[in-house]
Design a protein around this ligand. Structure first.
Ligand SMILES: *Cc1c(COP(=O)(O)O)cnc(C)c1O
Length: 380
């Protein structure tokens, strides 16, 4: 967190994200072993799904992770500046003005069209450097990448590039998290068809990669030379039905403390809009975390938290910086008691999947939503 700030010297509010790096390492090894002999590119875009880019990268590379994937060049440069030396691939579309930086920092580049590849070749030539390139094939997500049915032009163009090393070729699944894998299998077929270009011309095959977490768990044929898990590294499943394929350990816990206790009389409305009315005299505690921290306002009157090993409901609207919890007429809680919003306490656990279901979104969004003002605290 912001080292320039003097406020790091004072006791902070107790809200924090606890990141268990031992669990991250264990999940990495479980995925690696599951897909061996395929290599692993750990997908750690968006601040490592909220867990902290550099700390997670350091632990993963310490474990021997072959390479890292991010969305934007800023993320890749931050990793290089932190001393990370493994291959790093940027997946987001490239902007011409950034090409020199890719070359300066030795970052792998996605080539998603003939003109982008030509731009890369030209930048490498004028800068007197060699570019490390991964070719992006769109097999059915209609995002970036050249269509599988018109990929030959891009592949032929690589033969004219004197300053590019074609180190990889990849595609991306659109529906691998669904129970029905039929479209994923079609996508894999299309990608494999594209790869025949190399065999037919006896050209060296670049590293082939396609599998995200869901495909890593369920579609062994898609592992190819390298897998690209993201969410599963963090011990979270894209969908609950995927839990059966590989045991993983949740990496992240979201914690705070009770900061206020009051008795609310029957019939009194709680929080903005009085969207919850106390049905009886009851005890309500306030917790210093809100939607300004990434705890979705959509969780108002829906989610639970753990205090003293018990599960209690969040009542009334979640505020920007605070929320209220009904601990019942006889509930016990004292200022300073730990409040778990995600994670385990006693025998209870609140999973990221639980919050995602309540919000009506995917687990990826819950993880990445946690605002940077919530300090990340590393254990393990
Ligand atoms: C984010 C991402 C992944 C990882 O997806 P998960 O569902 O988190 O495993 C893999 N490949 C690409 C191109 C991605 O953008």
């Amino acid at each position: 967190m912001r080292p320039e700030s003097q406020i790091t010297q004072i006791p902070r509010r107790p809200t924090l994200m606890e990141v268990n790096l031992t669990a991250l390492a264990q999940n990495y090894r479980a995925l690696r072993d599951h897909a061996a002999p395929a290599k692993v590119m750990a997908m750690i875009k968006a601040n490592a799904y909220g867990h902290g880019l550099v700390s997670c990268a350091q632990r993963l590379t310490h474990e021997g992770c072959y390479s890292l994937g991010v969305a934007f060049i800023e993320e890749a440069i931050e990793l290089r500046q932190a001393g990370i030396s493994v291959p790093i691939l940027v997946f987001g579309g490239i902007f011409g003005a950034q090409l020199k930086s890719y070359l300066d920092y030795g970052i792998d580049i996605s080539a998603s069209s003939i003109s982008k590849l030509q731009q890369i070749e030209e930048a490498a030539r004028t800068n007197g450097k060699r570019a490390r390139v991964h070719l992006e094939i769109d097999s059915g997500i209609e995002r970036t990448g050249v269509h599988h049915y018109s990929s030959t032009g891009l592949l032929e163009e690589t033969l004219r590039c004197q300053h590019c090393d074609i180190v990889g070729i990849f595609s991306h699944f659109a529906r691998a998290d669904e129970e029905d894998l039929s479209f994923s299998k079609i996508q894999l077929e299309r990608f494999l068809e594209t790869l025949r270009f190399f065999e037919q011309r006896s050209l060296p095959m670049p590293i082939r990669h396609m599998a995200n977490s869901a495909a890593t768990l369920r579609l062994k044929e898609s592992h190819l030379d390298m897998i690209r898990p993201g969410i599963c590294l963090f011990g979270v499943y894209p969908e609950v039905h995927l839990q059966q394929y590989l045991p993983l350990i949740p990496v992240m816990s979201l914690k705070s403390s009770v900061v206020y206790f009051k008795v609310v009389k029957k019939g009194s409305g709680v929080s903005y809009g009085h969207r919850w009315i106390a049905p009886q005299d009851t005890r309500v505690v306030t917790v210093p975390i809100g939607y300004g921290d990434g705890y979705f306002r959509l969780l108002s009157n829906r989610s639970s938290v753990l205090i003293r090993g018990h599960r209690y409901p969040v009542v009334g609207n979640v505020c920007m910086d605070q929320l209220m919890v009904d601990i019942g007429p006889n509930g016990e809680a004292y200022n300073g008691d730990e409040v778990v919003l995600v994670g385990a306490q006693g025998n209870e656990r609140i999973s990221v999947n639980e919050l995602a279901d309540l919000v009506g979104t995917i687990t990826h969004e819950i993880l990445t939503a946690t605002n940077l003002r919530v300090p990340r605290v590393y254990i393990g």
